[in-house]
Design a protein around this ligand. Structure first.
Ligand SMILES: Cc1cc2nc3c(=O)[nH]c(=O)nc-3n(C[C@H](O)[C@H](O)[C@H](O)COP(=O)(O)OP(=O)(O)OC[C@H]3O[C@@H](n4cnc5c(N)ncnc54)[C@H](O)[C@@H]3O)c2cc1C
Length: 861
C-alpha cells in the first residue's frame, strides 16, 4: 500500500511526458542550433521556452507580429514545465483570472487540430469537495461570482458526487463544486504543440541559446547578449521561470520570486480504477489539501503542505540557480506529505492497496501572493515580464493571448490588475517574499473569505508615521506594503480579524465610525496613497494629454482619469496644481507604480520636458472629515478656512501648529474635510495636535471600512471596482469628469467619442436591497427573470438608510430607476431596486441647497 516502505522509487521514470523528456535529455546536444535561422534584430525577444514563453511566441506570431524570437538556454520545457501535473481548471476564486483559464481551455481543446500535435488533453471534469459548513458557504459565495462568466460550474450534492466519483468515501462529504470541462493536459506536448504553431506562423524559437546579459539603449531598445552574438530588439519579455530573478538582476531589478518544492506521486494500476467505464473527475479535497486524478489505471496525488512543513529553495535566491539545473528534479520527501497521504487514503480508500510507482518533486516559482507577474515593468522601458507562475500550465494559453493583445494593442485587453508586476516594490524584499511564499503555499486550499487578510511578513519596512501610534488600536489592512486601519476598537468590541461570509465583528464598530464622521469629526491615516510630483516646462501639456479632465488652475484640485486608447479607464487620480507648472498627483495605494509607469512612458514617448518624482514614501497623509473638521483645524492655523476663503477642491500650503502641510479641501467621505499632505516624519506630531485640538468636538479615529460605507452612500465610484480597463467612463457614469470638448486630444478621446455616438450597451446602476445579516461586496451575479444579466461592482450596508446597497452593471434596457432586479448572495436571490443616486447628499450639495433655502439634512436625497 501507500506506506513509506513502498516509497523507494526511482524518480525519473514512468510518466509518459517525463519519459519523452528524458529522451531529449540523453540526446547529444548540438553545440549550436544549426538548422534554425539566426537573426540579429527582432521586434521582440522572449527569454525562456517554457509553456509561458512559447505560448506568447505562438500568440504574437499568429496575430501577425514579424520578427518574434524566443531564446531558450537548453530545450523547450526544460524548467518547471516538463514535469508539471498538468491540471487544468475553469475555476479561479478571483474574477479576472477566470477569463484566462477559460481561454486556455478553449485553446487547448483545438490545438491538436490546428498544429497537428497531440496534447494529451483529458476533460473528465473536476470536483472540489466541501466537508465543512463553512466550505459550503464558500462554494455558494463562489457560485455567485461565477454566474456572470461563461464557464459552467455547479454546486452539487453528495448523491451526484458519488455518481461521478464512485470510489469516494462519502462519510464527510457535504457538497461539491463541479466544473464539467476541467481535466489535465500533458505539459510537454502542450508546449510542443504551441511551438509548432509558433513556427508555423513565423516565430523563431532558437535553442540552445542562453541569454547572458541585457543592455538598454538610450532610445528604449535593447541589446540581448548571447554566446552566439548580440540581438537588437525593441522589446524583451522575461519568461524565464525559476531563472526569472536572474534575468531581472541583469538590469538591476529584484523580482520577488522564490522557488518552492512541490511533489506528486503516481500509483500503479488499481483494479477498482481500471474497472471504471469513464475517467474519474479530478478531485480536490480542500480540507485534506491535495488534488487527485486518474493517471492511466492508477491515481496521481499532489498535496500542498502547511506553511510549517513546506520547503522553500532559498539558496537559489541567495546564490542563484545552480548551473545545469532544470534537467533535474529535487529529492522526493514523502515524510513531509504523510498527513496528506493519510487524508487521501481516508477519502479514497482504494489508495490503501496501491503502490507508488513514481514521485516527482520539482520547483515551482512563487511570488508573495502566488499570482504571477504579467505586463510591462515600471522603471525600465520596454521590459516586460510573465513570471512567477504557480499554475503556469492552466495560465499559459490565456496569458500568452492577454500579453500578445496588450503588446500589439498598446493596452491591456481586459482588467487583470491583480497580475500587475508593479503591485510590488522596494518593500517586497527577499525576506518578505520567502515568508509570503511559505504562507501562500500553505494556504493553497484554505477558505477564501471576502475581505481576506493574510498576516505573514507584516509589517513590511514600509509603514506610515502613525503605524506605532495606531497599531494596537485597530484592525489593520494590508495595502501595497503599507498597514492601514480598517476599523478601530472600543471597549466591548470583539477585536481582531474575524472573517466571515456574513456580517461579522466589525459591522457595529464601522457603524459607530460612520456616525462619528457624519455627526462630529474623524481622522484617518491615508498615507498609503501613491503620490507624485510632476513639474517642468511641458507639465501642463503632458497632463492635458494624459487626463480626460481639464487642468486645474493654480491652487485648485480635481479628479482626473487617464483613459486607454480604446477609451477605457486606466486610472483615477487627484490632480492639484500647486504652483505654476507644478502638480501633485495622488492615486490609490494599489496603483502607485501602475500609474507611474503609464505617466513615465507617455512622457518619454512624447519627448515632454518634465520631471516626475515619486514621493510616496516621503509623504504622510492625514484625512480629517465631518461637520466639525473646519472648527478643529481652524484652532491650529491662522489661515482662514471658512467656506468662502478655502473652497471645496482648493489646495493650499498651510501651517498647522508649526507643521507644514499642503491642505486639499476634499474628502472621499463626501463630508466636510481636508487631506493634509506633510513630511512623513511629522505624521505623529500632526496627528497628536489635531486630536488634542478636537477634544471638545469629540474627535476620534476612523478607518477605511467606514470610509467605504460613506463613499457608497454618496455614490462615489471607486477605481478598480466601478471603473477599470473593462469599463468606459460613460457607462460608469463619470461624464462629469470627462471633457470631450477640451482642445487637447487626450488619450482615449477619439474612441470615447465613438462609444458615445454608438450608445451604451450597459450602465452602472445604484441598487438597494433587503437582506438579513449579509451585504453585497461586489462581483455578485445580478438576476432578472431567471437569468443573470449583470454583476455588482461594490456593495455595503447603508448605515443611514439601514439597508444594503450596491453598484452594478446591467444592460441599458434594465437600468432605469425603479427597475426591480435580484442580487445573489450565498445561494439566495435578494430582491433589489434601482434607486436614484445618491442615498445621502454630499456636504457641498447640502450646503448649496441650504444657502438656496432648499432641502436640508443629510437624508434629503
Ligand atoms: C511537480 C509540479 C507539478 C505542477 N503541476 C501543475 C499543474 O497541475 N497545473 C499547472 O497549471 N501548473 C503546474 N505546475 C506549475 C507549472 O509547471 C509552472 O507554473 C509552469 O511550468 C511555468 O512555466 P514557465 O514557462 O513560466 O517556466 P519554465 O517552464 O520554468 O520555463 C522557463 C524556461 O526559461 C529558460 N531560461 C531560463 N534562463 C534562461 C536564459 N538566461 N536564457 C534562455 N533561456 C532561459 C529555462 O531553460 C526554461 O526552459 C507544476 C509544477 C511542478 C513542479
Amino acid at each position: 500500500g501507500l506506506q513509506p516502505g513502498a516509497l523507494e522509487v526511482s524518480v525519473r521514470q514512468g510518466l509518459p511526458h517525463a519519459a519523452e523528456w528524458a529522451g531529449l535529455r540523453n540526446r547529444e546536444k548540438p553545440s549550436s542550433f544549426l538548422g534554425t535561422k539566426w537573426k540579429d534584430t527582432a521586434e521582440i525577444v522572449i527569454i525562456g521556452g517554457g509553456c509561458i514563453g512559447v505560448s506568447l511566441a505562438y500568440h504574437l506570431a499568429k496575430a501577425g507580429m514579424k520578427d518574434v524570437i524566443l531564446l531558450e538556454k537548453s530545450e523547450l520545457t526544460a524548467g518547471s514545465t516538463w514535469h508539471a501535473a498538468g491540471l487544468t481548471t475553469y475555476f479561479h476564486p478571483g474574477i479576472n483570472l477566470k477569463k484566462i483559464h477559460y481561454y486556455s481551455i478553449k485553446l487547448y481543446e483545438k490545438l491538436e487540430e490546428e498544429t497537428g500535435q497531440a496534447v494529451g488533453f483529458h476533460q473528465p471534469g473536476s470536483i472540489r469537495i466541501a466537508s465543512t459548513p463553512t466550505r459550503v458557504d464558500e462554494f455558494k459565495y463562489q457560485m455567485t461570482r461565477a454566474g456572470w462568466h461563461p464557464a459552467e460550474q455547479y454546486l452539487i450534492g453528495p448523491e451526484r458526487i458519488q455518481e461521478l466519483f464512485p470510489i469516494l468515501n462519502m462519510e464527510k462529504v457535504l457538497a461539491g463544486l463541479y466544473n464539467p470541462g476541467d481535466g489535465h493536459i500533458d505539459p510537454y506536448s502542450l508546449t510542443m504543440a504551441l511551438a509548432a504553431g509558433a513556427r508555423k506562423y513565423g516565430a523563431l524559437l532558437n535553442y540552445p541559446v542562453q541569454v547572458t546579459n541585457l543592455s538598454p539603449r538610450s532610445d528604449g531598445t535593447w541589446e540581448v547578449e548571447t554566446p552566439h552574438g548580440i540581438i537588437r530588439t525593441n522589446r524583451i519579455v522575461n519568461t524565464a521561470g525559476f531563472w526569472a530573478r536572474e534575468i531581472g538582476t541583469m538590469i538591476g531589478l529584484h523580482h520577488p520570486l522564490i522557488p518552492v518544492h512541490h511533489q506528486y506521486v503516481v500509483t500503479s494500476t488499481i483494479p477498482e480504477v481500471k474497472a471504471l467505464k469513464t475517467e474519474l473527475p479530478v478531485l480536490r479535497d480542500l480540507e485534506g489539501s491535495y488534488y487527485l486524478r486518474q493517471e492511466r489505471d492508477g491515481l496521481l496525488f499532489g498535496p500542498y503542505e502547511s506553511q510549517e512543513k513546506m520547503k522553500l529553495q532559498e539558496s537559489w535566491v541567495t546564490n542563484g540557480v545552480p548551473p545545469g539545473f532544470g534537467k533535474e528534479l529535487f529529492e522526493s520527501d514523502l515524510d513531509r506529505i504523510m498527513d496528506h497521504i493519510e487524508a487521501a487514503m481516508a477519502m479514497v480508500p482504494v489508495l490503501k492497496q496501491a503502490d507508488i510507482i513514481n514521485t516527482v518533486a520539482g520547483p515551482i516559482t512563487y511570488s508573495p501572493d502566488i499570482l504571477p507577474m504579467v505586463g510591462p515593468h515600471q522603471g525600465v522601458r520596454n521590459y516586460w515580464v510573465a513570471i512567477g507562475f504557480g499554475y503556469g500550465i492552466i495560465h499559459a494559453g490565456g496569458v500568452g493571448k492577454y500579453l500578445s493583445d496588450w503588446i500589439l494593442g498598446g493596452e491591456p485587453p481586459f482588467d487583470l490588475i491583480e497580475l500587475d508586476p508593479n503591485r510590488y516594490g522596494k518593500w517586497s524584499t527577499t525576506q518578505y517574499t520567502a515568508t509570503k511564499a511559505r504562507e501562500s503555499y500553505g494556504f493553497n486550499n484554505i477558505v477564501g473569505y471576502p475581505k481576506e487578510e493574510r498576516f505573514a511578513g507584516r509589517p513590511t519596512e514600509r509603514v506610515s508615521g502613525l503605524y506605532k501610534v495606531l497599531k494596537s488600536k485597530c484592525s489593520m489592512g494590508f495595502h501595497a506594503g503599507w498597514e492601514q486601519p480598517h476599523w478601530f476598537y472600543k471597549s466591548g468590541d470583539e477585536i481582531g480579524y474575524k472573517p466571515s461570509f456574513r456580517r461579522t465583528n466589525w459591522f457595529e464598530p464601522v457603524g459607530r465610525e460612520y456616525k462619528q464622521v457624519m455627526e462630529k469629526v474623524g481622522v484617518i491615516d491615508l498615507t498609503p496613497f501613491g503620490k507624485f510630483i510632476v513639474k517642468g516646462n511641458d507639465s501642463v501639456k503632458l497632463l492635458d494629454h494624459l487626463f480626460a479632465n481639464v487642468i486645474p488652475k493654480v491652487g485648485a484640485t480635481n479628479i482626473s482619469h487617464m483613459l486607454t486608447p480604446r477609451g477605457q479607464v486606466y486610472a483615477e487620480l487627484t490632480v492639484s496644481h500647486l504652483s505654476p507648472g507644478e502638480f501633485l498627483l495622488v492615486t490609490g495605494s494599489g496603483s502607485e507604480l501602475h500609474d507611474l509607469r503609464w505617466i513615465e512612458e507617455e512622457a518619454l514617448k512624447g519627448g515632454y520636458n518634465v520631471e516626475i518624482k515619486n514621493i510616496t514614501d516621503e509623504m504622510g497623509v492625514l484625512g480629517i472629515a465631518g461637520p466639525f473638521a473646519r472648527k478643529v483645524l481652524q484652532k491650529l492655523t491662522i489661515e482662514d478656512l471658512s467656506d468662502s476663503a478655502f473652497k471645496f477642491l482648493q489646495s493650499r500650503y498651510i501651517k498647522l501648529s508649526d507643521i507644514a502641510a499642503t491642505a486639499i479641501r476634499i474628502s472621499y467621505s463626501g463630508e466636510l474635510g481636508w487631506e493634509l499632505y506633510h513630511r512623513k516624519e511629522d505624521s505623529a506630531a500632526l496627528y497628536n495636535v489635531i486630536m488634542e485640538a478636537g477634544q471638545e468636538e469629540g474627535i476620534d479615529d476612523f478607518g477605511t471600512y467606514a470610509l467605504n460605507a460613506l463613499r457608497l452612500e454618496k455614490a462615489f465610484r471607486a477605481w478598480g471596482a466601478e471603473m477599470n480597463c473593462d469599463t468606459n467612463p460613460l457607462e460608469a457614469g463619470l461624464d462629469y469628469f470627462i471633457k470631450l470638448n477640451k482642445p487637447a486630444d487626450f488619450i482615449g478621446k477619439q474612441a470615447l467619442k465613438q462609444i458615445k455616438e454608438k450608445g451604451l450597451k450597459r450602465r452602472l446602476v445604484y441598487l438597494t436591497l433587503e437582506t438579513a445579516n449579509i451585504d453585497p461586496e461586489g462581483n455578485e451575479s445580478v438576476w432578472h427573470n431567471g437569468r443573470v444579466v449583470g454583476n455588482t461592482t461594490s456593495g455595503n450596508y447603508s448605515y443611514s438608510t439601514q439597508q444594503s446597497l450596491a453598484f452594478a452593471y446591467v444592460p441599458t434596457e434594465l437600468s432605469k430607476v425603479g427597475q426591480k432586479l435580484e442580487v445573489e448572495l450565498l445561494g439566495q436571490n435578494y430582491s433589489a431596486t434601482i434607486v436614484e443616486e445618491p442615498l445621502v447628499l454630499t456636504e457641498q450639495t447640502r450646503t448649496r441647497l441650504q444657502k438656496k433655502g432648499g432641502k436640508k439634512g443629510p437624508k434629503s436625497a
